[in-house]
Each structure stands twice: as structure tokens, then as C-alpha cells.
Design a protein around this ligand. Structure first.
Ligand code: ADP
Length: 239
């Protein structure tokens, strides 16, 4: 079942000679439970796409469907509610609240939303991410990798339909990146989350189920295969 679909998604900035086509007709379908990596060079449109998928910004034209609902048609308030209920964000900077301990950080969005914490579920997320011993610690007492695991726990705790991650390991060394990403993948699978992650790091992207390549705001490739393999595959696909 498709959890996320975009239809000819475009985002243009500026006009005339200065116009930048940050997204130029993106058609994407993501299955529930899929772990998708979006790769591309700097300026290729990755962040713009992620922002559109999460309803953080509006497209110039085209549509974004989450669970069959057209979010591009939602007004500000409705979009806000949609984001809180359906989308979890993990950014390169962990954005933890420094005066709150690990547990308080993890449940903060749920409490801000006026919801009751599903203690059993949150405890499982905490256990899977190896944070049980750190619940009383303040963010400043944790390593970068641990802080990012807290940010992932916080995103998962609210049970979002889709987890959007923007260079989630951008501030971590390569060993810690692999560990954190491994955990993201495991938690995603365990809790049935769909994950869309942008990265410019090929090694990190290889951990995903599927890789989308984007350049100049367009999808160039889709699959777990290199560009060379892609042309080979194209040759085999005789219809
Ligand atoms: P990436 O995440 O792949 O580095 P972005 O999505 O941030 O790429 O940017 C895609 C293109 O859109 C770039 O050329 C960038 O300069 C341009 N762009 C992004 N945001 C804005 C903005 N707010 N105003 C004007 N141009 C923008």
C-alpha cells in the first residue's frame, strides 16, 4: 500500500532569469514500511523535496498525498495538525531541549499535543535504541550519537506514519553514523514506520531498501543499483 505519493511536484523559486527550479516534476511512490534514501549533490533539491513531503513548505504546483490525503490542499492550521499526527522529523542538528532530561525530551511532543504517552510503546522504543540507562541524563551529558538516538526516539514515540530524516548522521563520525542508521532501520522495521532519509553519503544510502537519485530537481534513478547497472537494466526490460 502506498503511504506517500507525489504527482508532478514542482517548486520554483524566483522569476525570470533568476528562477530556480528546485523541484521540476517529481513523481514518487513510497510503500508503507519502506526505508527510502534520497541522494544527490548539494543543491539538487533533496531538502526542498523533504520539506514538501512533510508539509513544511507548499509546492508551486503538483500534489503530495499522505495516506491518500492531498496535503497540498490543506490550510495552515490543518497542515500543522497533519504534521504533528503523521510526520516525525529527524534533522542533522538534534534539536533537543537542553534543560529537559532524555525521557522528558522523548515524550515532549506527545505532551505538547495533549496526548497520553503510550508508556509500553515508548519503553520499547527506548530499549531498542539503547537509551534505558540514560533517561535521567541531560543532552549535554550525551555523545553526538546518543543525542541523535534520543532525537530518533522522540520522532518515533509519537507513532508517526512517516519519519522524515534530513542528513540524520551529518554531524557524526562514520562508525557512529552506521550504528545510528542501523538502529533507525531496525526501529523502522520493528514499529512499521516508513522512513524517507536524505543524504549525500553513498555508504549511508546503501543501508536503505531503495535509493532515489535526484539532480536539478528531477528523479534520475530509482532502485538499489548504480547508474551503469541502470542502463543495463533498461536494456533488459524489453516490453
Ligand atoms: P539540497 O538539499 O539537495 O542541497 P535544496 O533543496 O536545498 O538542495 O535546494 C535546491 C535548489 O533550490 C538550490 O539551487 C537552492 O539554491 C534553491 N533554493 C532552496 N531554497 C531556496 C529559497 N528559499 N529561495 C531560493 N532558492 C532556494
Amino acid at each position: 500500500m502506498k503511504v506517500l505519493v507525489t504527482d508532478n511536484l514542482k517548486k520554483y523559486y524566483g522569476t525570470g532569469e533568476n528562477q530556480v527550479k528546485a523541484l521540476d516534476g517529481v513523481n514518487l511512490k513510497v510503500e508503507r514500511g519502506e526505508f527510502l534514501a534520497i541522494v544527490g549533490t548539494s543543491g539538487s533539491g533533496k531538502s526542498t523535496l523533504l520539506h514538501m513531503l512533510g508539509g513544511l513548505d507548499c509546492p508551486t504546483s503538483g500534489k503530495v498525498f499522505v495516506d491518500d490525503k492531498d496535503i497540498s490542499a490543506l490550510k495552515d492550521d490543518a497542515l500543522c495538525v497533519f504534521r504533528r499526527r503523521k510526520i516525525g522529523f529527524v534533522f542533522q542538528s538534534y534539536n533537543l531541549v537542553p534543560v529537559l532530561n532524555v525521557y522528558e525530551n522523548i515524550v515532549l511532543p506527545i505532551e505538547l499535543d495533549g496526548n497520553t504517552v503510550d508508556k509500553a510503546y515508548v519503553d520499547r522504543v527506548i530499549a531498542v535504541l539503547g537509551l534505558k540507562e540514560k533517561l535521567e541524563s541531560l543532552p549535554s551529558q550525551l555523545s553526538g550519537g546518543q543525542q541523535q538516538r534520543v532525537a530518533i526516539a522522540r520522532a518515533l514515540a509519537a507513532k508517526p506514519t512517516i519519519l522524515l530524516a534530513d542528513e540524520p548522521t551529518g554531524n557524526l563520525d562514520s562508525r557512529t553514523s552506521q550504528d545510528v542508521l542501523g538502529l533507525l532501520k531496525v526501529t523502522g522495521e520493528k514499529f512499521g514506520q516508513t522512513i524517507v532519509m536524505i543524504t549525500h553519503n553513498e555508504e549511508i544510502a546503501q543501508l536503505a531498501d531503495r535509493i532515489i537519485r535526484i539532480e536539478d530537481g528531477r528523479i534520475l534513478g530509482d532502485g538499489r543499483i548504480s547508474d551503469n547497472d541502470r542502463s543495463l537494466k533498461g536494456g533488459e526490460a524489453d516490453e
